[in-house]
Structure formats: C-alpha cells, structure tokens
Design a protein around this ligand. Structure first.
Ligand code: ADP
Ligand code: MG
Length: 252
C-alpha cells in the first residue's frame, strides 16, 4: 500500500482501512479476515452476538491487541508505523467499565494524560477539562471522586477524559451495558452530540434506537466475520442474512 494515495469513496476521505484482519488467541481464530473502511465523520455501529469478535476488533484498532494477519491503516499509514502514544492520542476509547482512576478526582482523571503524555501545561489542561465537563453536563462534579458518581456520570466523565486528548476517532465498547436502564439515555445523549459534531465513531452497542438515529452504517459481526453491513434502514428493516435476522429477532 502506498501512503500518499488519498482514498476517497462517496467524496469522503477514508480515515481507517482494515484489510483482511486475522486475530487468534492460541488456536482460537477470533477475527477471520475482517475488511472494513471508515470514512471521516462517519458513525458506525457494530452489533453481533457475544463472543463474535467485536471488542477484539476495536482493541486491534487501538493496538491493545496484536494480530496475526492483515493490516490496519490510519490515514493511509500502517498503524504499526505509529508510535503507540501518538496512535492512542488520535484514537480515544471508552469501555463498558468506565476505567476511571478511583483515587483521583474527576479533574485529576481528566488532566492526567494530557499533562503527562501530551505535555500540555496544567493550567491549559484545567481550562479544557472545564469546557468538556460543561459539555457532558458535569461541571458541578469537577472535584468529586468516582465512587461519588452514578454509573452514567462515570461514563460521561470517561468520555470527557478521552476527549481531552483531542482524538480524531472515538471507539466505544458497549458504553451503556453496565448501566442501570434509567442512566443509559444521558450517556447516549452525549454520544449523539459527539456524532453530530462530526466525530468519527465506532460504537459497539445493542441500543438499536441509537443505531437507527445516529449510525451512518451498521455492521453485523458474527463468528469473526462481517456477515452483513448497510444503512440502519437496510439492516434493521430488511436484513438479508439468516444470522442477522435471527440476531435482530432476539434483541429487538
Ligand atoms: P465480543 O466483544 O463480540 O463479545 P470478543 O472480541 O470479546 O467478542 O471475544 C471474541 C472471542 O475471543 C471470544 O471467544 C472470547 O472468549 C475470545 N477472547 C477474547 N479475549 C481473549 C483473551 N484475552 N484470551 C483468550 N480468548 C479471548
Ligand atoms: Mg465485547
């Protein structure tokens, strides 16, 4: 592949290209040749049965996992050629289990990486943290500790913390799955706002209302392969593959 080619499709620049990605854990082949393109500003929702490889795919993109075959390109450049800190600055990730540092306040959680990794002056980082906490509706919790927050608040802090690095892409791995039902909406609202602001997002979720409203495309992954993909309309109203139909029948 050549770095200088600007790949375009429908006039939008491709920011991530995944080619024939193969991932094994020992003998278990978890991703069996996944191909995927993500355009700038696109929101892709990834759905599929448990154990199908959704988390592993996101983790490979962010280099939290090694893989055995295939390539992942960010802006046309193999992610192996990026410095790991540089890559993770450009790609933010939010997990199901918040992963906030429990012994640090909300503000300290937010400014840690920008100050340590990006070498942003602390005063600048604090200013930025305040802007982002306002954006996620939690400025009044700036000095709170994680244990004093609800699950929904923790997850909104986790999103703000990821945004502190000015990522170009955000990966979400079932960000609302650990939440009580009444707290899901506040987190989805923050994600909707982010998608509408033009963030490129890959979201593993089974919140089909969110997918219908926000996704440009839905990708159905089962057994380590992309079984089917399309617009929300195509996938939710008119799935073609038996596995997709069966999965949707169960969750809808
Ligand atoms: P999903 O997110 O779609 O539920 P995962 O990507 O978490 O699926 O897992 C895909 C498969 O890989 C599962 O069979 C899972 O048990 C296996 N797996 C995931 N992580 C590991 C690991 N660190 N070691 C061994 N097997 C793993
Ligand atoms: Mg998972």
């Amino acid at each position: 592949m050549n770095n200088t080619t600007i790949n375009t499709s429908n006039g939008k620049e491709i920011i991530i290209k995944i080619e024939n990605l193969v991932k094994r854990f020992g003998k278990l082949e978890v991703l069996k040749g996944v191909n995927m393109e993500v355009k700038k500003k696109e929101t892709i929702v990834i759905i599929g049965p448990s154990g199908g490889g959704k988390s592993t795919l996101l983790r490979c993109i962010n280099k939290l996992e090694h893989y055995q075959g295939g390539k992942i390109y960010l802006d046309g450049k193999d992610i192996d050629e990026y410095d790991i800190n540089q890559l993770r600055t450009r790609i933010g990730m939010v997990f199901q289990q918040f992963n906030l540092f429990p012994h640090m306040s909300v503000l300290q959680n937010l400014i840690l990486a920008p100050v340590k990794v990006k070498k942003i002056p602390e005063s600048k980082a604090i200013e930025k943290a305040k802007v982002l906490l306002n954006r996620v509706g939690l400025i009044d919790k700036i000095d709170a500790y994680p244990e004093q927050l609800s699950g929904g608040q923790k997850q909104r802090v986790a999103i703000a913390r990821a945004l502190m690095m000015d990522p170009e892409i955000m990966l979400f791995d079932e960000p609302t799955s650990a939440l009580d039902p009444e707290l899901v909406g506040e987190v989805l609202d923050v994600m909707k706002d982010l998608a509408n602001s033009g963030m490129t997002m890959l979201v593993v979720t089974h919140e089909m209302g969110f997918a219908r409203e926000v996704a440009d495309r839905i990708v159905f992954i089962s057994n380590g392969v992309i079984e089917e993909e399309g617009t929300p309309e195509e996938i939710l109203k008119n799935p073609k593959k038996p596995r997709t139909k069966e999965f949707l029948r169960r969750i809808l």
